[in-house]
Ligand binder design. Structure first.
Ligand code: KG4
Ligand code: ZN
Length: 358
């Protein structure tokens, strides 16, 4: 079955053609980053306008790279939640129109479930990615059996969950304040690194010393919060570090690479602590990651150091927002006979991914 997947929840205008929920025939991601850079963040109004301008061309390109025409498409999917409402509506409405015109099934997908599905897709080399030096990593590359612990780390979400099926997830822990990607972006912005900051912090940290600054870990030791994370305290501490040096007229003494390395080390330790607790508590030792921060090289290498864990990451090009993960998960719904009505609408938030505390 050939599925067209469309993703427009934030600032990437993306479409992909995927066969049987696994093999990527094309994957086009048109990034709007240059249009949002001067504002150091995504401007919703600009995002939805750009999606409107680009979506037709992006889908055309995805079809052409896959060597397909609209007649070859057996089903269409788009991200419907969560995300920026105006942006979501562009992709969703395009997908509905395509499905109606071609008389093929249409499904409205969840962005978080799609990110968690990304590692099940086969990358350029026909494999999903191993987590570094850990020999156990990638053991189940071709067919990841459920259940596993899902680690969704992006600009908008930080979720640790038990994944029992492509659409069945139990949230074990979340951030109680900022998302991890948001913390990367805010720290980078404060220290004058480029936007969006995650990838620049990852790079700068390779040239820095992570022992120069000691940043605090959040105190999440109580039962209900064992698998939760928090990033607002870390972010404030890293920002204050610069302010303290500035007040003493010594701002020039701070090496941003040392800040990047020290911040990144703590940010990743926070994730690891919660992940290990989730793994121990559930008795599940396979971790499958997804979302933009899953591209982080330090996170990958730290996770690889745990010999008892089987860590699976999506290929780098499938960590950030893309249409292939949407087409991939859509195939699973179609196989089950599910489809969405044309009245399906978009939602900015999804309450199922909020933690319920006892
Ligand atoms: O999944 P994504 O593309 O969009 C959302 O759904 O939010 O994630 C974007 C986030 C941004 O915060 C970006 O800075 C972060 O992923 N990111 C990274 C890296 N590459 C992207 N964070 C840390 N290290 C990276 N290499
Ligand atoms: Zn995303």
């Amino acid at each position: 079955m050939i599925v067209l997947g469309i993703e427009s929840s934030c600032d990437e205008c993306a479409a992909a053609i995927v066969e049987d929920g696994k093999t990527i025939l094309s994957n086009i991601v048109a990034t709007q980053i240059p249009f949002h850079r001067e504002f150091s963040g995504v401007v919703p109004e600009i995002a939805s306008r750009k999606h409107t301008e680009w979506i037709y061309g992006v889908v055309e390109e995805a079809l052409s790279r896959a060597g397909k025409t609209p007649r070859d498409i057996d089903g269409v999917a788009a991200t419907a939640r969560p995300g920026l409402l105006g942006s979501l509506l562009v992709g969703l409405t395009f997908a509905k129109a395509f499905a109606w015109a071609r008389r093929v099934p249409f499904i409205a997908c969840d962005h978080i479930l799609a990110h968690l599905y990304a590692a099940r897709l086969l990358g350029k080399n026909g494999k999903n990615e191993k987590g570094g030096k850990n020999e156990k990593c990638g053991e189940n590359e071709k067919n990841l059996p459920y259940p596993y612990i899902g680690l969704l780390v992006s600009g908008g979400h930080t979720i640790i969950c038990r994944v029992d099926d492509f659409d069945s997830v139990e949230v074990l822990g979340t951030t109680i304040d900022d998302a991890v990607g948001e913390a990367f972006d805010k720290v980078a912005k404060h220290y004058g690194l480029a936007y969006p900051g995650g990838v620049y912090i990852d790079e700068a940290a390779k040239h820095g010393d992570d022992g120069v600054f000691a940043f605090p870990m959040p105190k999440l030791h109580k039962g209900a919060h064992l698998c939760d994370v928090s990033y607002s305290g870390l972010k404030t501490a890293v920002v204050n570090q610069l302010e303290q040096f500035r007040k003493k007229g010594r701002a020039g003494e701070i090496n941003p690479c040392d800040i990047a390395a020290s911040f990144q080390k703590t940010a990743v330790e926070i994730l690891l602590r919660a992940l290990l607790r989730a793994s121990r508590g559930s008795g599940i030792n396979t971790i499958v990651s997804g979302g933009g921060v899953a591209a982080n090289s330090y996170l990958r290498s730290r996770l690889a150091q745990y010999a008892g864990l089987n860590c699976i990451f999506p290929p780098l090009e499938l960590c950030g927002d893309n249409g292939a993960m949407v087409a991939g998960i859509a195939y699973q719904y179609f196989m089950r006979g599910d489809k969405s009505p044309f009245s399906a609408t978009a939602s900015a938030r999804v309450k199922e991914f909020k933690r319920r505390y006892p």
